[in-house]
Design a protein around this ligand. Structure first.
Ligand SMILES: *Cc1c(COP(=O)(O)O)cnc(C)c1O
Length: 389
């Protein structure tokens, strides 16, 4: 970790919180159920390499990525073991999958044919998991068409079916009838595969929400993503399990100015002061991933207090009203996400202001925001407090 106090903005990733969340996840599972930790989207914005290393160190056997290039990236950084490419691939990418021993997820006949053709020509066996669309309406073979695709599996010579999987569309909804239907459909497919002589070693369906709410969906492998990062796809899940946020996001005050009543702030003057005000200009904008629709809705933490974001968020700068916070000056730490003294802004709160989910907030933070990793919560990363505070 090489924190530089000349950075204007950064993220802090707390690996002890990641380990805590993994332990919470494991405590929900039977001893025979394995974990496929989802590290797609640069580990939900937390950094794929450091997160993958930490999870492997904790004994996580399988990692899940969205695309072939994400899998290749991890391999090039030296991550070995099982990496499952969950989000589909194109026939042209089979060679790359094979070269990097990535586990393919087959979703339709053409990619299965491409795998088989490549494997038999190269004289190798390629591992794959079969994805069934039990009701997500996204990738996968349709159960209703199983008469057409199950027989294709019998002819395989160079492809080994190591897993069968499906994905829920609304696992966070407690008692969802569609989740029940999906689960039943998945069980039927497993039976049909068995009847045709296929016994894939792994069966998996549960994302974070299903892991917490639907233990019947665990089978022998689960695929948590968000929960490992302390994120909830639905705020109601927060009552069901105790998770720690892993990421904090900080910037600094760049300029402080006193302005009169009736002063328009930022593009379009969507905020006009109602009193004599103190405005802090912050070094963060939508090019950092601080979404423009947070304008006039979000708050930030300065001196342990909430300051409202006022006026339009611009590409590189954001304004906050600090009239009610004494002594704010250039260089002061500003927490966009995380804790400061006794105050806190969660990813779910930020997401609520931006009309989205916490996952999108964290994966939207851009690459121009550096990341620092800490091994325990006490390892504070910040700028030195300036004289006078
Ligand atoms: C992203 C993803 C997951 C993880 O979902 P979370 O809600 O983050 O736990 C699991 N399975 C698949 C196929 C995914 O694409």
């Amino acid at each position: 970790m090489t924190f530089s106090s000349t950075d204007r903005i950064f993220r802090v990733v707390d690996l002890s919180a990641l380990r805590w969340n993994l332990a919470q996840t494991r405590s929900r599972l039977q001893s025979t159920t394995e974990i496929l930790a989802v590290v797609k989207g640069d580990a939900y914005g937390h950094g794929d390499l450091e997160v993958a290393k930490a999870l492997r160190h904790e004994g996580v056997a399988h990692l899940g990525v969205a695309s072939v290039d994400e899998g290749v990236h991890l391999r090039q950084l030296g991550i070995d073991g099982s990496i499952v490419v969950m989000g589909g691939f194109y026939p042209e990418q089979v060679r790359i999958l094979a070269e990097h021993t990535l586990t393919a997820v087959i979703t339709e006949p053409a990619v299965l044919d491409a795998l088989e053709a490549f494997g038999s020509k190269a004289g190798i066996t390629l591992s794959c998991h079969l994805k069934v669309d039990t009701g997500m309406g996204r990738l996968g073979f349709l159960p209703d068409d199983s008469d057409s695709w199950i027989p294709k599996l019998e002819k395989l010579t160079a492809v080994r079916l190591d897993g069968v999987m499906s994905h829920f569309s609304e696992a966070e909804r407690v008692g969802s009838p569609s989740s029940r239907r999906q689960l039943e459909s998945f069980r039927r497919i497993i039976k049909q595969l068995r009847a045709a002589g296929h016994r894939p070693r792994l069966a998996h369906m549960a994302n974070s929400a299903a892991l917490v709410l639907l233990p019947e969906s665990h089978f022998n492998l689960v695929r948590p993503g968000g929960m490992l990062y302390g994120l909830f796809s639905d705020p109601s899940l927060a009552e069901k399990i105790s998770l720690e946020p892993v990421l904090a996001w900080k910037t600094r005050v760049l300029q402080v100015k006193k302005v009169p009543k009736g002063f328009g702030v930022s593009y379009g003057e969507t905020f006009v002061t109602k009193r004599e005000s103190t405005i802090a200009v912050l070094s963060v904008g939508y090019a950092d991933g601080y979404k423009r629709n947070l304008s006039n809705r979000a708050a930030v933490l300065i001196h342990g207090q909430r300051a409202p974001v006022v006026g339009a968020i611009t590409m590189d700068l954001t304004m906050a009203d600090v009239t009610d916070i004494a002594g704010v000056q250039q260089g002061d730490e500003v927490v966009l996400l995380g804790r400061q003294d006794n105050a806190k802004i969660s990813a779910e709160e930020l997401a609520g202001w931006a009309d989205t989910i916490s996952y999108e907030i964290l994966t939207s933070i851009s690459s121009r925001v550096p990341r620092y990793y800490v091994k325990q919560q006490e390892d504070q990363v910040s700028w030195p407090r300036l004289q006078g505070h």
